[in-house]
Design a binder for this molecule. Sequence first.
Ligand SMILES: [Mg+2]
Length: 258
Amino acid sequence: MKLGDRDIRGLLVDLDGVLYVDRQPLPGAAAKVAALKASGLPHCYVTNTTTRPVATLAAELHELGFAIDAQAILSAPMAARNYLRQRGSPCCLLVLNETVKADFGEFRESGTDAQAVVIGDIGEAWTYGLLNQVFRLVMNGAELIALHRNRYWQADGGLKLDIGAFVAGLEYATGRTATIIGKPRREFFEAALQQIGVAAGEAAMIGDDIESDVKGAQAMGILGVLVRTGKYREAQLLRSGLTPDLVLDSFADLPVGA
Ligand SMILES: [Mg+2]
């Protein structure tokens, strides 16, 4: 497939804001997912979504009409589990919702002597008490691990504040830098490329987040493609000072199966 002036042999595709917004499929997205699958072009769905385990996410995608299997998805919580294993499975404080926590059952949990704090989306469960607990653990030497540090995402009623704000606040107060697990972490993109067996220079990343998706991919030599759906705002793109390699109106405009 030709994208811009590059021959693309593999695709990395973001989910939220690219295929759907607030669990509503975007026009033409399901047909394009099917066309992509039929084309045989290696691809992997890479998501910073931290509210559902991959199996649940795949089941929901099927309900929305997307023919996407769990094996074709790489998620930030999966990558976090691998990261913790590599770190010798430290005792953790898991700031994750209950469904996702179930996938972290192998790690011992403690609110007082955790050596790692793992932060994901917990919606409105944030409180001063919880933030202070995380703050104290990190001050005592625990590693601050964030599944991502996205600033915001597009929901039904407009943009919504994402966990990046809490992560940045904790970094500010503790003077420590969080380990970011999902996009734009280099290792996350590397794992996705490995999964599809394609080199960075022959891959494209398609997403609605100018920083996590586009900038992160470009830093790896992956073609960065921005879609004008989801959280995309022209003003934000201009303010970012970043230049996507290509901008598409939507995922449905991807030249595959056309
Ligand atoms: Mg997105």
